[in-house]
Design a protein around this ligand. Structure first.
Ligand SMILES: Nc1ncnc2c1ncn2[C@@H]1O[C@H](COP(=O)(O)OP(=O)(O)O)[C@@H](O)[C@H]1O
Ligand SMILES: [Mg+2]
Length: 301
């Protein structure tokens, strides 16, 4: 197959996606890599070249990659994940409304352009978690104990510098043990990894794969269908009333997922061959978790 990966600077040397790209190449597929954060993009030529079976996005929220992926989708190219679905989770304000309307367990969410506006919320909403609507990797996520912290710029919570021109969201802090459950979905399979919450840097840093409960699996599956994502991660914290979804990510790190590189590479091939615009082209055989012959897909490699 012929694939085009959009990779931003932040992930230039990351195993996810660099090793996935290597894996695909070792299976005989052609993978072109575009770095939208560090190169001149000849828009029409790039998108309309049109000889890729699918475009794959591994970029930061708010970065330039998503626009290019949407451009590819707009001329009918297959994208992994679906470009509209990515937009739906990368804006956390939009994502919160979708989740709530689907009955997913999510914290109540407010939005504002200035952190100071959250000071109007009732005292019962505090402590609050304030985060940029287009944030990722824990960037600028803050715990705000009381409205006073929003009114005094000295403590660094006025977030003009964190989200210039962008929206912020605020949610009540869900009391939890300080350990997140990261649930990853790849090729229809779910995996769960425990990881320390960035709001609890005092907790031990141990990170490990853990079994999924049926309740969490059902939530993670519903997240995939609510947003229309194929390759995704869900951040869950366990509060007094059970699991709560605090974040959804397209193309996450898949850390601790066994054979993550081969699984993700395989999932991309499968999605690329069955994209919305493309007729389904069957891939032979079960998922190959070690370097294996390229699945025959339309006779080109
Ligand atoms: N409402 C919340 N209650 C408790 N913890 C939260 C809440 N929102 C976020 N967190 C914690 O902050 C972390 C980062 O927030 P998240 O929404 O995942 O943003 P990012 O996109 O930066 O990963 C989460 O993994 C979780 O540990
Ligand atoms: Mg997160």
């Amino acid at each position: 197959m012929r694939l085009c990966f959009l990779v931003e600077e932040q992930y230039r040397y990351d195993g996810m996606p660099v090793d996935v790209i290597r894996q695909l190449a070792s299976w005989g597929h052609r993978v072109d890599v575009l770095r939208p954060g560090s190169s001149l993009i000849r828009l029409s030529e790039t998108v309309r070249a049109g000889d890729h079976d699918a475009w794959v996005l591994k970029t930061v929220s708010g970065g330039p990659g998503l626009t290019l992926l949407e451009a590819a989708a707009s001329v009918g190219l297959t994208t992994v994940n679906d470009a509209r679905s990515i937009r739906g989770v990368r804006d956390k304000a939009l994502a919160a409304v979708t989740a709530e309307s689907r009955g997913l367990p999510v914290p109540r969410t407010w939005a504002a352009a200035r952190a100071v506006d959250f000071a109007e919320l009732p005292a019962s909403a505090f402590p609050l978690v304030v985060k940029p609507a287009d944030g990722s990797s824990g960037r600028a996520v803050r715990l705000v104990e009381d409205p006073g912290q929003l009114l005094t710029p000295a403590d660094g919570i006025t977030t003009d510098a964190d989200s210039p021109g962008g929206m912020l969201i605020a949610q009540p802090y869900v009391p939890n043990s300080g350990v997140d459950l990261k649930v990853y979905c790849v090729d229809g399979e779910l995996y769960a990894t425990e990881r320390r919450s960035p709001l609890h840097p005092d907790r031990p840093a141990r990170e490990r794969q853990v079994p999924l409960t049926a309740e969490v699996a059902a939530i993670a599956t519903e997240v995939g269908s609510a947003y229309g994502l194929d390759l995704y991660g869900v951040d869950i914290v366990f509060g007094p009333d059970g699991p709560v979804v605090v974040d959804v990510n397209d193309f996450p790190s898949f850390r601790q997922v066994p054979d993550a590189v081969a699984r993700v590479a395989w999932a991309i091939l499968r999605l690329a061959s069955t994209g919305p615009e493309a007729p389904a082209r069957p891939l032979p055989g079960p998922p190959a978790l070690i370097p294996a012959p390229a699945p025959a897909a339309g006779g080109h490699a």
